[in-house]
Design a protein around this ligand. Sequence first.
Ligand code: CA
Length: 446
Amino acid sequence: MVETNPALTYRYTAVTDVGRRRTVNQDSGYASSRLLVIADGMGGAAAGDLASAEAMQVIQRLDAPLQGDALQALAGAVHRANERIAEVIEDDPSVNGMGTTLTAMLWYGEAFGLAHIGDSRGYRLRDGELTQITTDHTFVQELVDQGQISREQAHHHPHRNLIMRVLVGGDDNEPDLEVIEPRVGDRYMLCSDGLSDMIDDPAISEALGAENIDMAAVELVRRALEGGGSDNVTCVLAEVVPADAPADPNLAGASEAPMLVGAASELAHPPSPDSDVGGAGGAGRRSDDTDEQPPVGDDPNDPDPNYPNSRDPEELRYAPRAPRRFRWLFRLVVAVVILGGLVVAGKFAYDWTQEQYFVSESDGHVAIYRGVQANLPMVELESVYEVTEIELTSLPTFAQNQVRDGIESRDLSDAFSDVQSLRDIAEKCADPKQAAKPGSECQGAS
Ligand code: CA
């Protein structure tokens, strides 16, 4: 007998790790029998962890019996999450600039509704074949779509982290919406860029195909840490099974309790030494930090990030002492050498800055600057190299913000190619048909 429409369900798990170079986890992940979510917060000083936790708190309310259409419910929830971020910023202007990606899959008994904004990713592994089911709202994805660079080049592009659309509490932060039709055996993964930036597709495919989803999640995070771990790493996994499949009591999601990991769980329940699992309803799980790799400081040569001012005892032991008689002479020589060194080093450093370029704003236009952005008193390290005809307001909101913040270039020709890409976007957005498309990348451009 062939079953034509087998009833389906899925198993789930969620794992996060703060990464090897960060001290704060700005990712939030959620997995339950109805809802899978990833939210990757951004805005360092401006509380990216708060943005992702606030958005998660709002979107989590979808985890209840569904009234009406799944895509409408998702669109409404993303809208409310965005409004919530706007409210938080209004209450505390110091967090202005914070934002979060949001990718959510809502199960409605036979299929998933998918809502997506930002550069977190959704993947499906079906019959050994990996497919990305979301489109990055990034600058490099625009270049890929325009055929200017390949997907592989995008993976290594210096501006691959430039996001064009994300939840920042603005009025144009609309998600992509789609229905995902699952099949038995499908595995789905939602992940932050701290995972997809560190591992290429073949490796994701291999790890996602592990014996079970718990092993897959741990292996994916392990590989991301091994691949650099320079950002927070979070993945939310699901495996579609027949509704009557016996539960596997060894799996993390077997208890049917929702799993909440990362910023949302840490901000909701400040960690205490013995709070590994807790919270009414089981939704208060503490971050599943895998502790796979030791943390490292920003500079791999740092002796010990926990004690930045400590000196290596061996170094002190071998510091030579000047003979007492010539101590004054020794001091004088040291002073002269240091002063001379500073002048030479200063000259080298200045010359170096004048070979750097970046793209920023001048008088409302996109401009190329020579030098580096450094707010040093009395020292001017940047000057306008060329002001372009591209008006800042002709760009989408997020690109405008990125230009205002400055886009670093490898060299002058790189700066020109960034300007050309911005020009292409501005020209595309000048077409009223493009700008009016729902979910268009052109939101905010005029
Ligand atoms: Ca990230």
